[in-house]
Write a protein that binds this ligand. Structure first.
Ligand SMILES: C[S@@+](CC[C@H](N)C(=O)[O-])C[C@H]1O[C@@H](n2cnc3c(N)ncnc32)[C@H](O)[C@@H]1O
Length: 280
């Protein structure tokens, strides 16, 4: 197998993925219930960065509840999923930036909050601590790093009726898990709070949300089935992996997984972690 590049992103970036990210965002938010962790004190001149912002959905949601005097900056390695500027509130700006590289001087020490969501298929094992340390350079003293993520390889199928198995969903998940393992995208998200502490953040807290709310099951099933398809598609473009099906087979697999959920009433389930820490 070809080697994983530093910071290699194991997902596609296109309209289908933008739609998936927005659906996923709403389903996760319905389980989490807040945009900013309750420990984070809010005021009307906050400057907030969202790093790995994608479609900027979290920032756009935040802009609708914070005063317009707050300044909101989205950073991403790619601008492909940024929304058009004329659809955005004036206090949101997007910038291109690799979170593993030093940020330009003008942003250092400027932020009350730095938010990161879902780097699970972007960062390899050894890149989490350098990422935390680099993101800390953006914070003012007293500013918070908030990181929301999951261990995708720990996703399971739940709710199968006695004596029946969601064979396609289990097969897709197994293929997905083996691909993530072989490409080193299996973060120990449970260790993130410790990484915050080792990097010098204080008052570090972790909250865990198990995504098994019946109201969001259908959206979670759909977004996981599609992420399996998108991750395997991205992996097959840059790596020689014998087991990955063709593009057509991946579409068939996605539909077969969803059909298992409809016929058996079962669901994908995993934990989402919210970790916060304050810069001294
Ligand atoms: C799974 S998406 C999550 C997007 C958004 N945070 C959300 O919750 O919907 C991950 C995003 O991180 C970006 N990304 C991946 N690697 C990155 C890096 N090294 N630096 C900055 N952004 C990165 C991707 O381009 C993508 O937009």
């Amino acid at each position: 197998m070809s080697e994983v590049q530093r910071g290699e992103y194991l997902l596609v970036r296109n309209i289908a993925e933008s739609e998936r990210l927005e659906r996923q965002y709403k389903a996760w938010q319905a389980n989490i219930g807040y945009l900013l962790h309750p420990s984070i004190k809010q005021h009307d001149r906050m400057r907030i960065a969202d790093v790995g912002t994608g479609t900027g959905i979290w920032l756009r949601d935040l802009a609708s509840v914070l005063p317009t005097t707050c300044q909101l900056d989205g950073f991403d390695l790619s601008g492909v999923m940024f929304p058009p500027k004329d659809t955005l509130p004036e206090n949101i700006t997007f910038h291109l930036q690799n979170l593993l590289e030093p940020f330009p001087e003008e942003y250092l020490g400027e932020y009350d909050v730095v938010n990161v969501r879902i780097m699970v298929v972007a960062l390899s094992h050894d890149e989490w601590e350098p990422a935390v340390r680099n993101l800390m350079t953006l914070l003012k003293p007293g500013g918070y790093l908030q990181w929301v993520d999951c261990a995708a390889h720990e996703c399971v199928v739940k709710g199968e009726p006695e004596g029946k198995q969601a064979t396609n969903a289990r097969h897709g998940l197994d293929l997905f898990r083996r691909t993530l393992i072989s490409l080193g995208k299996t973060p120990n998200v449970a260790a993130l709070r410790g990484t915050f502490q080792n990097s010098g953040l204080e008052s570090c807290e972790e909250r865990i949300y198990t995504l098994d709310n019946p109201d969001t099951r259908e959206d979670i099933n759909l977004t996981v089935a599609v992420v399996i398809q998108h991750v395997l598609t991205a992996a097959s473009k840059t790596h020689k992996l014998d087991e990955i099906p063709s593009v057509d087979q991946l579409t068939t697999l996605r539909e077969a997984m969803l059909s298992d959920f409809h016929s058996l009433g079962c669901y994908f389930c995993f934990d989402v972690y919210v970790v916060v820490g304050r810069k001294p």
